[in-house]
Design a binder for this molecule. Structure first.
Ligand code: NAP
Length: 281
């Protein structure tokens, strides 16, 4: 019989970036379903509301993905304390909106380090335990940007495309075991993401009105997106199915219509439509 609560499948979960936005909604959904949650932020104070609301079932973990070794050590310590996590959700991330050629390369490389390399590092640390126990789920929060790259967000697009490729690879590797891999690709959601996007000063080799128009379109899409609880409900349904797969979530046009349409069109047509979507034509 299919499970009706996530806790019937997973007793414990580790969620990165649980202080706000999607990660916080994921943590709240899991706690409401009876799962014990270890949630991370770079500053424990940002997790105080979750800890206060769920004493005994929520544990705050300080973790900064800019330092891979420290992040892995933090994960392993929490994993030992939990007796081995059943569910690991790599959710933490941020945006950088800037012109590629004019951005300091260290800013660009740091985003890949945080969102691809060190997220893969936590996946690597988690998967060993899951496979040893032959049960549980690894969820990596990618983005529809893996399929529809965002203008002026090159490192973000690459990180998410790379993460989805990792997820696809792992689905093949774990097939036949009791472990589930979910490649979750959200469209635009109304979170703190837009507010925390870094916008390093541009050397302006691209005419700035184009940058401004793309930014305005991006903000409008984020602000009109569904609330994080919508994403949590979609993740809950995917977890209850208990099988590996790609999960596109968000408003109907972004998560269903657009991916369906591009199967039948050319890449050139897709680029033209995306340019129009971001007022770049
Ligand atoms: N919102 C969307 O429309 C959307 C669409 C597609 C994909 N996504 C993805 O969904 C995930 C969550 O995004 P969100 O929209 O919920 O954003 P958000 O509200 O800005 O939350 C981001 C979370 O990531 C954490 N974080 C940021 N940098 C970190 C670092 N260096 N080390 C560790 N944690 C860090 C933040 O924790 P602190 O408290 O430490 O700041 C925060 O909890 C991201 O991976 C994002 O790319 C979002």
């Amino acid at each position: 019989m299919a499970a009706t609560r996530v806790s019937a499948l997973h007793r414990t979960a580790f969620v990165t970036g649980a202080s706000t936005g999607l990660g916080r909604a994921f943590a709240e959904m899991l706690l409401a379903d009876g799962v014990r949650v270890w949630g991370t932020a770079r500053d424990a104070a940002r997790l105080a509301p979750l800890a206060a609301g769920h004493a005994g079932n929520f544990t705050a973990v300080v973790l900064d993905l800019r330092d891979g070794a420290q992040a892995e050590a933090g994960f392993r310590a929490a994993d030992r304390a939990a007796g081995g996590f059943d569910l690991v959700i790599n959710n933490a991330g941020y945006g950088v909106f800037a012109e590629f050629a004019a951005t300091d390369f260290s800013e660009w490389a740091e985003q890949l380090e945080v969102m691809l390399v060190n997220t893969a590092r936590l996946s690597h640390a988690a998967l060993g335990g899951l496979l040893a126990r032959n049960r549980g789920a690894l969820v990596n929060i990618s983005s529809l940007a893996a399929e529809f790259p965002l203008p002026f967000q090159t490192a973000y697009n690459i990180a998410k495309a790379g993460l989805s490729a990792l997820n696809e690879s792992l689905m093949m590797e774990v097939s036949g075991t009791g472990v589930v891999i979910l490649d979750v690709r959200p469209g635009d959601y109304r979170t703190d993401f837009e507010g925390s996007v870094r916008r390093p000063p541009s050397g302006a080799t691209v005419p700035s009105p184009r940058l401004a128009r793309a930014w305005a379109a991006f903000v409008a899409m984020m602000e009109s997106g569904p609330a994080p609880a919508h994403a949590a409900a979609a993740l809950r349904r995917a977890l209850l199915r208990n099988r590996s797969g790609t999960v596109r979530i968000g408003r109907f046009f972004q998560a269903v219509v657009a991916p369906f349409m591009v199967r039948f069109g050319s890449l050139a047509l897709k680029r033209r439509i995306q340019a129009a979507y971001f007022n770049l034509t």
